[in-house]
Design a protein around this ligand. Sequence first.
Ligand code: C2O
Ligand code: CU
Length: 470
Amino acid sequence: MTQSPSSSINRRQFLAGTVAALALSPAPSRGETAPPSLVARPGMAQLTPKEYPETAIWGFDGQAPGPLLRARQGDRLQRRLMNQLPVPTSVHWHGIRIDNAMDGVAGLTQEPVAPGGSFDYAFDLPDAGTYWYHAHTMSLEQVARGLYGALIVEEPEAPDIDREEALVLDDWRLDRETAQITDDFGAWHDLSHAGRIGNLVSTNGAFDLTLAARRNERLRLRLINAANARILALSLVGLEGWVMALDGMPLDHPETAQGELILAPGQRMDLIVDVTADVGETAHLAHLANDGQWWSQVAWSVTGAASSTRRPVPAALPPNPRQAVPGVAQARSVTLTMEGGAMGRLQAATYEGQRLSFRDLAERGHFWAFNGIVGLTDTPLLEADLGETIRIRIANDTAFPHAMHLHGMHFREVLADATLGPLRDTLLVQRGESRDIAFVADNPGDWLFHCHMLAHAASGMRTWVKVRRS
Ligand code: C2O
Ligand code: CU
């Protein structure tokens, strides 16, 4: 049993002090045509309490999270990625229904950018909402080192709120003495079990993000799970509100944000909340930790009243284009069976054209398969005609949950009663579960479809979907 959040909100005793501020986008302007830069480089961050040293990270513009990128729906985003890392990299714009050539997947949509090299990303933003960007070359290591940031696309008309906060959550695996990132990327236990779970959960790069608020203030919280593998269970204390959007896409009807809010790696959730804590109290976004206790993840000190009464229930956010998924009943259906991992039943699978026993696969650091195939091959999971509706049954025949992410297009879950769930880009599939998704293959190109537990993706859980150009 877990305790209810309100009964045990603590700040870790030894944690005191730092508040990280969101950085603004770098100023453009350097020559007439050069797009603004986004520099992947090493940096230092005070992730831990001040008595610990700073942590060496890799980040966009040297920070983790990288700069908060903000644009308006319909805008074109341009950034020149400059690689000042010692390794190749690339940037994926997670959740953007993007031009395939800009999707950032090394080995599928572009060559990785060598150290010292650059790549110009330029793409349209068809949808408003909360998105994020992250490295997509050796992601298991690069995202764990801090190469990610928030990408916010504003609605043409802002909802009626007082303020908003983009909250990028991550967990870090730090050495307890030195506070440095442990470089055990690809440790077999992580690959074969739940992935690389860290020992410090940060928000916007701070372990104890503390913000100010006033009673009855209305906030929009944009939650982003940038963790390698941690499934976040969150709850609100002294804040009451509604889930407005999932994975960037507005819900038709906002839902009351109650109980545990589950955010799997890669997923986002937009909330509109009212500050209901009294003046002098502290409101929290609480997080259920491994110890079964709720801890404060973000705290808001309530220092005054914005008004004496609460506002009415907010209207739904304006819909994005192409939200409908028609023709599901007649759609072509493909099954994706996930197998492997510790305590799984995988006997053998095909890796680089060779049929190998689970033991031989494990010796090569590969533990997972989709439909008996480990990792990417030249053959996609499916090839869709442009505009075709596709249904995929995701069968999780493993002992672990997996967060399945489709690039380039959002999908809806086909629920047991044949109704459709919310439009999302990442779906958490629990062990033993079988879940169906459907989407309109309206974005041409080669799209990765993988588990967002990055250790799982690195050790086999990747495939791709081809959408024909005409
Ligand atoms: Cu968020 Cu393939 O990635
Ligand atoms: Cu997985």
